[in-house]
Ligand binder design. Structure first.
Ligand code: SAM
Length: 302
């Protein structure tokens, strides 16, 4: 089975582990790199709910549950966590881990269509059994909407020219056809970055509704934490870093409008455990995918 190198593995598991006998949630199981490291810190009484939206990741969680009875696999998405976890108490978890974005097995499989380096069908769905494929969306999207996605989710300066080129080259069916459309709009090449990096990232984030999923995942994950429980989130993109930073800041020091008659400062519902941790240079050298990673962790304190 293809492998994934977990990013900031020990920092994540050491930060979210609060009770060796507790119940934990890994909401992005992938190939279980973080989950296995956490399980090594837990006692035989502990349990770990392992969730992923991807069918192969879910299968990997089932395989691990056959070796380790503490593991309880579930297939689902952040935005439906409450129904995926139905039957569990509201404050079930001593710790929650989310390591968002795509895994190496997803990127490395040409049939999934995530990579501009491999030719394959233009799919990009983390759950290929639901939602619209990248090809289907790109073949129907209108110019202003495409420009907006490339700008906001890809930080793409050439968004308009690329969007026009994509629309001219329709219908697109493969990753190679999308790369050709992008190259057709580039006047200058950035030698440090492949010309398609930003566009593939933007389309993937749109197709999987990743920002909205992240926001809803933080809310649901935090709601299911016990007092003193911790939630740790690994993000790989400046927009995602900012979403988590803002959500966590609001939980640590909630905003109270000045005109409300509240004396003193409003008590927060959380405290920082790890405000911002990036991989060090040795990890970044071994695992280039980790270079843009950021870990943020808070603890619930009601
Ligand atoms: C970076 S990988 C996680 C790797 C994992 N921590 C490991 O060590 O193997 C991200 C995983 O999260 C899953 N995922 C991303 N967004 C999700 C969402 N909204 N709901 C459920 N799973 C999601 C992806 O399918 C992928 O398998």
């Amino acid at each position: 089975m293809p492998q994934h190198m977990p990013v900031l593995r020990d920092d994540m598991v050491n930060a979210v582990m609060t009770d060796p006998d507790g119940t934990y949630l890994d909401a992005t199981f992938g190939r279980g790199g973080h989950a296995r490291a956490l399980l090594r810190l837990l006692s035989s009484k502990a349990s770990l709910v392992a969730i992923d939206r991807d069918p192969e990741a879910y299968q990997a969680a089932i395989d691990l549950s056959r070796e380790d009875s503490r593991v309880h696999p579930k297939r689902g998405i952040f935005s439906e966590l409450s129904s995926v976890l139905s039957g569990m108490p509201r404050d079930a978890f001593s710790g929650v881990m989310m390591d968002v974005g795509v895994s190496s097995p997803q990127l490395d499989d040409p049939e999934r269509g995530f990579s501009f380096m491999r030719s394959g069908p233009l799919d990009m769905r983390m759950d290929p059994d639901s939602g619209e494929s990248a090809a289907s969306w790109l073949n129907r999207v209108e110019l202003p909407d495409l420009v907006k996605v490339l700008r906001t989710l890809g930080d793409e300066k050439n968004a308009r020219a690329i969007a026009i080129s994509i629309i001219k080259k329709r219908p697109l069916h493969t990753t190679t056809e999308l790369v050709t459309a992008i190259n057709g709009a580039r006047s200058k090449r950035d030698p440090r970055k492949h010309s398609a990096t930003r566009v593939f990232q933007a389309v993937r984030m749109h197709i999987n509704d990743e920002l909205s999923e992240l926001t809803r995942g933080i809310d649901a994950g935090f709601q299911h934490l016990a007092d003193g429980g911790r939630i740790g989130i690994l993000t790989f993109h400046s927009i995602e870093h900012a979403v988590v930073r803002k959500k966590f800041r609001d939980l640590v020091s909630p905003f109270v409008p000045r005109r409300l008659p509240v004396r003193g400062t409003s008590p927060g519902r959380a405290t920082y455990v790890v405000k911002a941790k990036h991989p060090d240079s040795s990890e970044a050298n071994i695992n280039p995918r980790s270079r843009s990673a950021l870990l943020q962790v808070i603890e619930r304190i009601e």
